[in-house]
Design a protein around this ligand. Sequence first.
Ligand code: PLP
Length: 434
Amino acid sequence: MSFSFLKEADSELYNILMREVSREHDTLELIASENFVSYPVLEMAGGVMTNKYAEGYPGKRYYGGCEFVDEAENLARDRAKKLFGADYANVQPHSGSQANMAALMTFANVGDTVMGLDLAHGGHLTHGSPVNFSGQLYNIVSYQVLKETGRVDLDAVRDLAKKNNPKVIICGGSAYPRHIEFEAFRSIADEVGAFLMADIAHPSGLVATGLHPSPMPYCDVVTTTTHKTLRGPRGGMIMMGNDKDNPWGKVAPKSGRVKQLSELIDSMVMPGIQGGPLMHIIAAKAVAFGEALKPDFKVYTQQIIDNAQTLAQELLAKEYNLVSGGTDTHLVLIDLSNKDITGKAAEKALEKAGITVNKNMVPFDNRSPFITSGIRVGTPAITTRGMGIDQMKIIVQLIDDVINDAENEDVLNRVKGDVLELCKMFPLYDRFQS
Ligand SMILES: *Cc1c(COP(=O)(O)O)cnc(C)c1O
């Protein structure tokens, strides 16, 4: 893969692409939501299926010429179902946010009450932020984590649910280092007659390999991204453990038969909120799901967790405060309040030293989302490069060097050199190097 056509036709964009190839190679990618896809996934995502219009679903398209994209989408659905033990999968959402939009709009009407984890406590924008569609269409009641444990305050969730009678309760988040408590949420949802939606965008790769509990037995609907721990192309997906008659008794237009929930979700994705599906990305999802079904992928996800737990232990030994005191997953949320540096300043200094993280609010943060008191670090991407326990120890030392002397250019440059040495030992996309 040399990108010879691009190089010849548009050297300006070719050079931008090559600079991104180098950046990904030369830096330590610790953003918890990022990963590096395989060459086969890239080939499919960069392939000719980008040309195809295929509004509708396999066998029921509004366009001709869909026989091969149908095969690809069927495989994506079948592999997703196998991977997660699901009875139903819709692989068309363009992103995790669109998966959430379609799921919420299926289960709740505009104005209904929806509960989700507070953004400042690890939730996602689509779980009720006032600047997002979720906060604008629904009456949002946010729940939080307990200050002492950093874990969801389930008693408070129950009280809030009883008081507010939500139509939907969303569990899961973007900066939650612990297992999502599907079973406990189910009993709360049952007590108040709410639908339970799990958003496993972050841990889905761990769920797929059984290293994180499965939401399927407990949740009415499950959404995920495909590009985080699942290591596929950028996109979203909606699943259900089992497909039931819809509780509203909505009838299929022609047959007069009560529609299944799956039919309602399918029609909320398209035509509800999307038009033509991204067939190249759906086919690339199928490729990634095929990879995730192989035994190697479980070895990979176990290493992600081992690496995150090593990061956590090493950070604790250097007196860093971690939200919830550690991690069960691929991510660690560091509270820098005792370190005399803001999340924003830490992110910036680390970036100068070749280490990419994101600033993040910590629960009960007294700084704004633009400054924050924390950083979030994750291991999926560096684990994909092949890094293990020994490298985690080195990385924590490098992070600590930067945090303790964030304005010292000499330190930042020295760390940057060490980062580069480490990266060279774990090559990434070397077939793309110009
Ligand atoms: C990343 C994420 C999403 C949204 O994914 P996009 O593809 O960026 O829209 C949704 N929910 C959670 C919990 C996430 O972490």
